[in-house]
Design a protein around this ligand. Structure first.
Ligand SMILES: C[S@@+](CC[C@H](N)C(=O)[O-])C[C@H]1O[C@@H](n2cnc3c(N)ncnc32)[C@H](O)[C@@H]1O
Length: 217
């Protein structure tokens, strides 16, 4: 990776993984570093993220997404809406090879990148869609639908609720606690939990927002 030694990045990753108490093998940590290298390489051409420094990418993207991994315990079939360069979808897919991870984005160059990473890293649990989430139709609905830096909570839920399995939940990765967005949730949906997250090496607020149906239909 240009300008930064892979060994230095590997050390930051290993420290972060330990701090987050994640059980990731050396092979999985290597895959995460490979993903970061591909993100850096394709970013020059495809402009996938405004963060260009590899150490910042490690903290602001990889560790930020890894901090959310424990929230997906028990999930089997997850959709990442507006996945962009693969955050958190590709990080989840690498950290949880037992879990199916689908990612959707409207922008073809972004989904081309996601498919390239899937092929290069041999991620058999990944599916990529290029379209608006509002237009997606699937045979098997998702037990968790997630997003990071995607949209207002109400739009996120409004546009993707047709894809959620009965009893499923939304998990939104947010910065500050989204109080106003919470008040604008579509009818029948409620914030079941708001969980502050600590991201290793990052001095900024992060929250996970868990949203579920407030009534059974
Ligand atoms: C700010 S980016 C966030 C990317 C990534 N989740 C991250 O955290 O870096 C939002 C993404 O949502 C995608 N997007 C916007 N509207 C969409 C829609 N209706 N359906 C699917 N993806 C959409 C955009 O193309 C963009 O890649």
């Amino acid at each position: 990776m240009a300008g930064v030694d892979r060994t230095a990045l590997a050390q930051v990753l290993a420290n972060g993984v330990a701090e987050l108490h994640l059980d990731l093998s050396a092979g999985q940590q290597d895959q995460l570093l490979d993903y970061l290298a591909l993100l850096g390489k394709w970013n020059h051409v495809y402009n996938l993220t405004s963060v260009r420094d590899p150490l910042q990418m490690m903290t602001l993207h990889l560790l930020d997404s890894l901090a959310a991994v424990p929230a997906f315990a028990g999930a089997q079939n997850v959709l990442d809406v507006g996945a962009g360069g693969g955050l958190p979808g590709l990080v989840l897919a690498i950290a949880r090879p037992d879990m199916k991870v689908s990612m959707i984005d409207t922008v073809h160059k972004k989904t081309a990148f996601l498919t390239q990473v899937k092929v290069e890293l041999g991620l058999k649990n990944v599916t990529v869609y290029t379209k608006k989430v509002q237009d997606l139709v699937v045979n098997a609905p998702f037990d968790v639908i997630t997003s990071r830096a995607f949209a207002d909570l109400s739009d996120f839920i409004d546009w993707s609720q047709h894809l959620l399995a009965e009893g499923g939940r939304f998990i939104a990765l947010k910065g500050t606690a989204p109080q106003e967005e919470r008040e604008r949730l579509p009818e029948d949906w409620k914030v079941q939990q708001l969980q502050p997250l600590r991201v290793p090496g990052l001095d900024a607020e992060r929250h996970l927002v868990f949203v579920e149906r407030s009534v059974t239909v």
